[in-house]
Ligand binder design. Structure first.
Ligand SMILES: Cc1cc2nc3c(=O)[nH]c(=O)nc-3n(C[C@H](O)[C@H](O)[C@H](O)COP(=O)(O)O)c2cc1C
Length: 306
């Protein structure tokens, strides 16, 4: 039996539902020695800003039980260098989504405008986990009014499929999803890393130079599943599930909770070919279970007690 693995994520046609997550896969070029990029649905670039940035001082990553803490912040080559130097190295038939972040709404919109003329790009993912300077540093994705401004401005700035990546550091994720739907987002990606903190008792200092960091990896998977499940019940937009995915079984859980596609993040640091193996594993699972189209699994969670 041949399985149809293709899905449509808010207007982006993917050969299979497995992408790699922003900040964990560089600009694609770093990973091409380890896997054929055509084996995955596509990849999301490191978040891009108007100007190149160097990010936080080290230490900016640390191990944590079943996960990692990071506070890389804004380090990236800048949107223009991405377009001129990185994108041309990616084979034509690989789906590339550019992730965008800035500290002001106008900056996000300008990065989106610069990316819009680039025919090689399949879509834009707006990273709403960046601190908003005008709101005293809370994340864009933590305030419904600020998030609405951000989605409205980036929606106006681009005709490319617009994916909004939600912050998990909120009380009501469904409310944030509804805001994005109301402002014209094409799809939602969730979750980003969960705000976290750790301490070195010998130095009596925070483990990360920045103090606060983001927790990622298997430790956050049940939180991510809960949020995907809640968002799928709240909006009609397609969802890309993210958080601790390292196997086909993990990815399947997200599909069943309502995700159309998934992204593999932290796992790439342990196994650079992980996303391709997740994609192959999904097809093998479908074959073994007589599922003809992977997209038929989306939202297939049985109600409790049924
Ligand atoms: C080192 C590192 C850097 C990251 N950089 C970004 C980034 O630039 N933009 C973004 O939207 N998410 C970034 N993320 C978050 C991931 O894309 C992903 O949402 C999160 O890690 C949860 O998925 P995971 O548990 O599979 O890693 C980063 C994560 C890590 C671990």
């Amino acid at each position: 039996m041949s399985v149809d693995a293709s899905v449509d994520l808010g207007g982006i046609a993917l050969r299979n539902p497995v992408l790699t997550a922003s900040g964990t896969f560089g600009y694609g070029t770093e990973f091409s020695p380890f896997l054929d990029l055509r084996r995955i649905g596509g990849f999301v670039s490191k978040s891009l800003t108007l100007e190149p940035r160097i990010g936080n001082a080290p230490p900016r990553i640390a191990e944590s039980p079943s996960g990692m803490l990071n506070a890389i912040s804004l380090e990236n080559v800048g949107v223009d260098a991405f377009i001129a130097e990185k994108l041309p190295q990616i084979p034509e038939d690989v789906v590339v989504v550019a992730s965008v972040f800035e500290t002001e709404v106008a900056g996000y919109a300008e990065v989106c405008e610069r990316l819009t003329g680039v025919s090689r790009l399949a879509g834009i993912e707006v990273n709403a986990s960046c601190p908003h300077v005008k709101s005293g540093g809370i994340e864009f994705g933590q305030d419904p009014a600020v998030l609405a401004d951000l989605v409205r401005a980036t929606r106006r700035a681009t005709s490319l499929p617009l994916l909004v990546k939600l912050s998990p550091n909120v009380t009501n994720i469904a409310e944030m999803a509804r805001v994005c739907e109301g402002e014209g987002a094409d799809a939602l990606c969730l979750i980003n890393a969960v705000q976290a903190f750790d301490v070195d008792v010998e130095t009596r200092r925070p483990v990360l130079s920045n103090g606060l960091g983001g927790l990622s990896g298997p430790a956050i998977r049940p939180i991510a599943l809960r949020m995907v499940w809640q968002v799928a019940r709240a909006v009609g937009l397609p969802i890309c599930g993210i958080g601790g995915i390292g196997s086909a079984e993990d990815a399947l859980k997200f599909l069943l909770c309502g995700a159309t596609a998934v992204q593999v993040g932290t796992r790439n640091f342990l196994d650079p070919a992980a996303a391709a193996d997740v994609a192959d594993g999904l097809v093998a699972w479908a074959e073994a279970h007589g599922v003809v189209r992977l997209r038929d699994l989306v939202g297939g969670l049985e109600a409790q007690g049924s």
